[in-house]
Design a protein around this ligand. Structure first.
Ligand code: ARG
Ligand code: ZN
Length: 869
């Protein structure tokens, strides 16, 4: 019974206005709803039945036009109500009772600590009241909250507070009105005792906006960075896209129990505390970056998501891909564009490519689903962002902006599709993008194959480019994509060459973007003095795998001289990857060739210019990423080879690492400090891998640290190499931070990812620790998510105990929080990539989960696809 894109039909009814009243109680909450519907049919035609979605609701009463509805005028089933004979226009009134206190799924209205809060995307609203819970039904909301003033002094909903007061029974109330019509998934309410950080912002056109950031009182000092990030995001969207905020107040509320990162509810964002709170004592540089990025992301949704929303959930990437792309642009402008692009590339290759290669593979716009929550994926978000970036690459900065302007001009206030976005881009630029639409419909990572031939007699270089996309489940034959290849050519000693095509005159460019549209093409470059080194797919210009047999010399040239920082980094990664794979295959310790050793020295000698970039170049590919290069992953061989290379890196370049550790200034202000800490802590980790002196250095750093990044990096080295003192430090760290849940997440994660013989026993013991709580998604991610995703040797134990442990918790979460369960299970789905013994153990656990009584739709979908793969 999957939902299919091709079955979409427009709503049978439109809603004119919705009034909601929440009586928030200790035992239960009563929800009164009143709305006016109009049949969405041509005049004269009979209205169709009205479907109201609803789940786990207790229906108290149902009235149409003031009269109770008799039992034969509607049908009730576990997923909702169907009203059979409605007049063309009607007023519907419904009273339901719900139990937020018992809602452990964190979907709909639920409790987090002492707060009431909501999460309605994608289909949580149906757990609040009966309503057409689909994004193409939009209406204005007037919402009244009633609660006890003492535990719930703050009462919030979307839009503007229009009235409030106290009742004779001592309870207080507030009414909010949101003038912007919106779908159910953007509805939100919050009630609780919260600290308010309040600032004002003046938009470019002179409107005065109140910025309200609400957190629990204990977190009052940790909101400055999020507030600063919000102001930056608002100014950036005005400057870059001419988009201003459209309500008088922008609210953000932080809650500790949240399935995802944050939610863009109109005017009332609700955030996971992980993505709001930050200060130097509890946060790493990575945390600061996350907060800035997520605050901006949710803010950008106000236009790309809220003002223009999705027609149906197959279009999820319409808002998520576009908003992630805008977030990427913003982060690049706020920090280092090169480092940001390298991180995006790394994420795509290490998370999205494997997803596209596994049983859950789906196009950026999926065609069917059993449970839409399973499609909040790296493909929809991050490959989706790459698709948007390709429009930008093909159309240029100005062309892209013209397309965006037309998109808003045409669709403001509407619920639309990915085709509508594509049409705006094409029409604004008078180009044909029909072939480009295949990026939305085809799954799988395309491979771009390249081959070069230099003809000295004609001084011509012939570059052959071809593409193919592998078969994926339900997709046997993929068609060629419209794929931008950004490229340049270098001489052997690294000089960029002008790229002159036959017949061209005048100044030739040093870089070109070539549109590969056919299965293959040949490019000819003239006046090329020697066999050049091609630099292809620069800036990761398409979400593809590049297949070109670069020699070691060519990679060394690119690493040393390419003008494109992403390809310099990539050349370094390929050199390291080749070294590691050779070692895994031969079983011999990795050999650093003399030229590679010199190249690393050269990179290291330039550390002062851009420490974070140097750190990216010299970070070894992850064990998972190495494994992705093999048909059957050699889990233990990869770990051994990588550890040996870490040791060799540490000892061979020990002097340079010590100099860096000594001279990098971790107290430098702003991004310079973050960049310095990044490289300095990489140096520490290599010195730790090289021998006991590294551990001593880590001990000193641990005690001297004033920044959480430095403290944590030192502790990580000590856990791996510090022997028994590490145990004492780990315990002391916990005692020091036991009252800071965000630090406890880090404490759990650190231990979950530490390798060593007893990793699994340690993780199992931690599940019983008071710092762990199966009901809190952050804790589950920090311990079980990190163990299964970032501790390959521990998780993939040959006796299958790692898989069993994960499966135990997946089964427990199935009943409690199906969305979390379906995410947690993912590391078990790629059994095909493992040796028969491990694959067998994994398969067994998948079957066991599949046999769980009352299996959620979420898990059912993942398990069925995985077993069938
Ligand atoms: N729209 C949100 C964001 O990307 C995430 C939605 C959360 N979804 C969920 N199923 N919990 O910003
Ligand atoms: Zn989003």
């Amino acid at each position: 019974q999957p939902v299919r894109l091709r079955d979409y039909t427009p709503p049978t009814h439109l809603v004119d206005a919705l009034e909601l009243t929440f009586d928030l109680g200790d035992a239960y909450t009563e929800v009164r709803s009143r709305f006016r519907v109009r049949a969405n049919v041509p005049p004269g035609e009979d209205p169709q039945p009205l479907r109201l979605h609803g789940r786990h609701l207790e229906l108290q009463s149902l009235h149409v036009d003031g009269a109770p509805v008799s039992g034969d005028a509607y049908l009730e089933d576990p997923e909702g109500l169907t009203l059979l004979a409605l007049p063309a226009e009607a007023t519907i009134e419904i009273v339901t009772v719900i139990h937020p206190q018992e809602n452990t799924a964190l979907d709909g209205l639920y409790r987090s600590g002492g707060l009431f809060c909501t999460q309605c995307e994608p289909e949580g609203f149906r757990r609040i009241t009966y309503f057409p819970d689909r994004p193409d039904v939009m209406t204005t909301y007037t919402v009244t909250l009633i609660a006890d003033p003492e535990p719930y002094p703050v009462l919030l909903a979307n839009g503007n507070r229009v009235d409030h007061g106290e009742r004779a029974d001592g309870r207080h109330w507030a009414t909010w009105h949101d003038p912007h019509p919106k779908p159910t998934y953007l509805f939100a309410l919050v009630a609780g005792d919260l600290h308010l950080h309040e600032e004002r912002y003046t938009t470019r056109s002179g409107r005065d906006i109140q910025l309200h950031l609400y957190v629990e009182h204990a977190n009052a000092g940790k909101t400055a960075h999020a507030m600063r990030s919000l102001r930056k995001a608002m100014a950036w969207d005005e400057d870059t896209y001419g988009l201003e905020y459209d309500l008088d107040t922008y609210m953000i509320v932080a809650v500790d129990d949240f399935n995802m990162g944050a939610m863009e509810n109109k005017g009332l964002n609700i955030f996971n505390t992980v993505c709001v709170l930050a200060d130097e004592t509890i946060s790493t540089d990575g945390d600061f970056e996350t907060v800035e990025a997520v605050v901006a992301h949710e803010y950008f949704h106000n236009w790309t998501g809220n003002r223009v929303t999705c027609r149906d959930w197959f279009q999820l990437s319409l808002k998520e891909g576009l908003t992630v792309f805008r977030e990427q642009q913003f982060c690049a402008d706020m920090g280092s564009p090169a480092v940001k692009r390298i991180q995006d590339t790394r994420l795509l290759r290490s998370i999205q490519f494997p997803e596209d290669d596994g049983p859950m593979a789906h196009p950026v716009r999926p065609e069917s689903y059993l449970e839409i929550s399973n499609f909040y994926t790296a493909t929809v978000y991050d490959k989706g962002a790459e698709v948007i970036r390709m429009y930008h690459t093909l159309l240029g900065e100005d062309g892209f902006r013209r397309g965006m302007d037309l998109y808003f001009q045409r669709h403001d206030g509407q619920a639309v599709t990915c085709e509508d976005f594509l049409a705006a881009m094409a029409d604004a630029n008078h180009v044909d993008l029909d072939q480009f639409s295949r990026w939305y419909t085809q799954a799988g990572t395309p491979v771009v194959q390249a081959g070069g031939r230099y003809d000295a007699s004609t001084r011509r270089y012939h570059l052959q480019l071809s593409q193919h996309t592998p078969a994926r489940p339900g997709q046997t034959h993929a068609l060629p994509l419209h794929l931008p290849v950004r490229l340049g050519l270098l001489t052997g000693d690294g000089q960029p060459l002008p790229l002159r095509l036959p017949g061209e005159t005048g100044q030739a460019p040093l870089e070109r973007v070539v549109a590969l549209r056919d299965a293959s093409m040949e490019l000819v470059f003239e006046d090329i003095p020697e066999a050049p080194v091609p630099s292809l797919l620069r800036d990761f210009s398409a979400p593809a795998v590049l297949d070109y047999a670069h020699s070691e010399d060519e990679l060394l040239t690119l690493l040393a001289h390419d003008t494109d920082p992403v390809n310099r980094w990539d050349a370094g990664q390929r050199l390291l990857l080749n070294t590691l794979l050779a070692s895994v295959e031969s079983g011999q310790p990795p050999e650093l060739s003399e030229p590679l050793r010199e190249a690393v020295h050269h990179v290291l000698s330039g550390w002062r210019t851009d420490p974070a970039f140097v750190a990216e170049v010299l970070t070894l590919p992850s064990e998972d990423y190495i494994a992705e290069q093999q048909v059957v992953a050699d889990i233990d061989g990869i770990h051994t080879a990588r550890e040996a290379l870490r040791n060799r890196f540490g000892s061979s370049f020990a002097d340079a690492w010590r100099t860096i550790h000594d001279q990098c200034d971790p107290h430098a202000p702003g991004v310079n400090g973050a960049s310095a800490r990044r490289l300095r802590n990489l140096a520490l980790s290599y010195l730790g891998a090289a021998g006991p002196q590294g551990a001593e250095l880590a001990m000193r750093q641990y005690h001297a640290a004033t920044h959480m990044s430095d403290r944590l990096a030192a502790l990580e080295v000590l856990i791996e190499h510090g022997g028994s003192t590490a145990d004492r430090l780990v315990a002391a760290f916990h005692d020091q931070w036991r009252h800071e849940p965000l630090v406890i997440n880090k404490w759990l994660r650190l231990q979950a990812t530490a390798t060593g013989r007893n990793a699994l026993e340690r993780v199992r013991a931690l599940t019983a620790h008071p710092g762990f709580d199966i009901r809190n998604p952050n804790r589950v991610r920090a311990l079980l998510g990190a163990f299964s995703q970032s501790n390959p040797v521990g998780f993939h134990r040959t006796d299958g105990a790692g898989y069993r442990l994960l499966a135990d918790y997946v089964v427990e979460l199935n009943a409690m929080n199906p969305q979390m369960a379906a995410r947690l299970v993912l590391p078990l789905t790629r059994w095909r990539r493992l040796d028969p013994r491990r694959a067998g153990h994994m398969f067994e656990q998948l079957e066991r989960i599949g046999n769980t009584p009352k299996l959620s739709k979420d898990l059912q979908e993942v398990i069925t696809k995985s077993l069938a793969s």
